[in-house]
Design a protein around this ligand. Structure first.
Ligand SMILES: Cc1ncc(COP(=O)(O)O)c(C=O)c1O
Length: 456
């Protein structure tokens, strides 16, 4: 950090919206260039301070200055900077990490396979679903169902499950075999007089109709984030996963829980699957696995799948799957240290203790005329923005109201994100304290008030 760096400097910068991306940009200088960080704060190249209200990309759980993670990386660099996990090779940190991860994983998880990103974890889950069904001789059972507005990465296969138009348009996605069902957004799609439970029943029925229409013999898996993150912080309505899982079981369809955002305490439990009573056959996780400090992700699978893979290995000689950097020892060492810190500092207890204050302040944002619904759990929240609270009518897309709120918050020293469906996403580092939560929401409130004035 340069000696003249002023951490608390605030400049009156005018942010504007990028014409194509809708992101807030500095008028003259293009992208926001983040240079430094400490705790929940980051600083840009001009010395402006921001609260990272989205923990980077929903990942920096331990904040931007945890020294132990750098130390763990340095120690591992000294021991061995690279080995791999392809073709019957392993390394000590990855072995310890697998054991640690499985020990805290949803009950049915038995084995972990390490990759470098959430997208790769999702792609691997898709390949494993296909491999599994081939192993069982079910050659036709290959379709994967995701939900509209679900986010599962951007690779060719994972991006086919990310049912958000921006991520698919003109990329020739989705691929065949990838099909979509309803978004479980009760606030937006619940019918008048319909209870949350009735809404869940309707969505489960709709899923069943889809599976029947496609032919259950052709449907391999259903993938869902416990809470939809990038698609608009959508919490499952009451009884949703219970009803959905009954349908999946009935037609022998695998449940893949995409815990890339929800995993590691974000929802007030270790896993979103714990929060919503999901019994997955496969679990993807990433982001908070290493507090975002190094790229690492994992796909966990049940014994049921693993045993079929073992049999297939007799046939093929090995599992023909792996990445040069999958199970990288330095990333694994950092992930392991992250999990140790969660345990030592009782991160789960911390999230549970500050969450009520976070949710209270989130709820207070409903007093803004722009906020139709404030929703959240643990330390993740969303504000659904509307033009009219009574009718729930939204602003026309060209108004870019979500981006305007994000830009006004940014000018006020808060990074948050406008998500599809005009939702503002809030997902701060897990280490945030009650007083920092207050600062965050004071800034957000100011951003909302300014946007209200602009919308008038
Ligand atoms: C639920 C979910 N799955 C998968 C991904 C893809 O992860 P990555 O960006 O590391 O490829 C993301 C990224 O935000 C995500 O939120």
């Amino acid at each position: 950090m340069s000696s003249d760096f002023n951490r608390n400097k605030t400049k009156d910068i005018n942010y504007t919206l990028h014409p194509y991306t809708n992101l807030a940009i500095h008028e003259q200088e293009g992208p926001l260039v983040i240079c430094n960080g400490e705790g929940i704060y980051v600083w840009d190249e001009h010395g402006n301070q921001y609260i990272e209200g989205l923990a980077g990309l929903w990942c920096v759980s331990l904040g931007f200055s945890e020294p132990r993670l750098g130390q763990a990386a340095a120690k591992q660099f000294d021991a061995i900077p690279y080995t791999h996990t392809f073709a019957h090779r392993s390394n000590e940190p990855v072995i310890e990490l697998s054991e640690q991860l499985i020990s805290i994983a949803p009950e049915s998880m038995a084995k972990a396979f390490f990759v470098n990103s959430g997208s790769e974890a999702v792609d691997t889950a898709i390949k494993f679903a296909w491999y599994y069904n081939n192993g069982l001789g079910r050659k036709e059972k290959k379709k994967i169902i995701s939900r509209r507005r679900g986010y599962h990465g951007v690779t060719v296969a994972g991006g086919s499950l990310t049912a958000i138009p921006l991520m698919q348009n003109d990329f020739d996605l989705p691929l065949d075999r990838m099909i979509q069902t309803d978004t479980p957004n009760y606030y937006r799609f619940g019918e008048s007089q319909e209870t949350e439970e009735q809404f869940s029943t309707r969505l489960a029925n709709s899923l069943e109709e889809l599976i029947l229409a496609e032919n259950p013999e052709t449907v391999a898996a259903f993938i869902a984030e416990p809470i939809m993150g990038a698609g608009g912080v959508i919490l499952p309505p009451h009884t949703y996963f219970d009803k959905i899982q009954k349908v999946l079981k009935k037609y022998d369809v695998l449940m893949i829980a995409d815990e890339v955002i929800c995993g590691f305490h974000r929802t007030g439990n270790v896993w979103g699957s714990d929060t919503y009573d999901i019994q997955p056959d496969m679990v993807t996780c990433a982001k908070q696995l290493s507090s975002g400090y190094l790229p690492i992700a994992a796909l966990m699978i049940s014994d049921d799948l693993y045993n079929v893979f073992k049999d297939l290995s007799q046939k093929h000689g090995a599992l023909g799957m792996g990445y040069t950097y999958g199970g990288h020892p330095v990333s694994a060492a950092v992930a392991l240290e992250t999990l140790k810190i969660y345990e030592e500092r009782d991160m789960l207890g911390h999230v549970r203790s500050v969450s009520p204050h976070f949710l209270k302040r989130l709820d207070e944002m409903s007093s803004s005329s722009l906020v139709g619904e404030a929703r959240g759990t643990g330390l993740i929240g969303g504000l659904e923005i509307v033009a009219d609270k009574d009718t729930r009518e939204q602003y026309p897309a060209k108004t870019k109201v979500g981006a305007a709120i994000a830009a006004n918050a940014l000018a006020n020293g808060l990074i948050i994100r406008g998500l599809p469906g005009d939702v503002i996403g809030i997902c701060p580092p897990l280490i945030i304290t009650e007083s920092e939560i207050d600062i965050l929401f004071d800034k957000l409130e100011a951003g909302l008030t300014k946007t209200e004035d602009q919308m008038k």
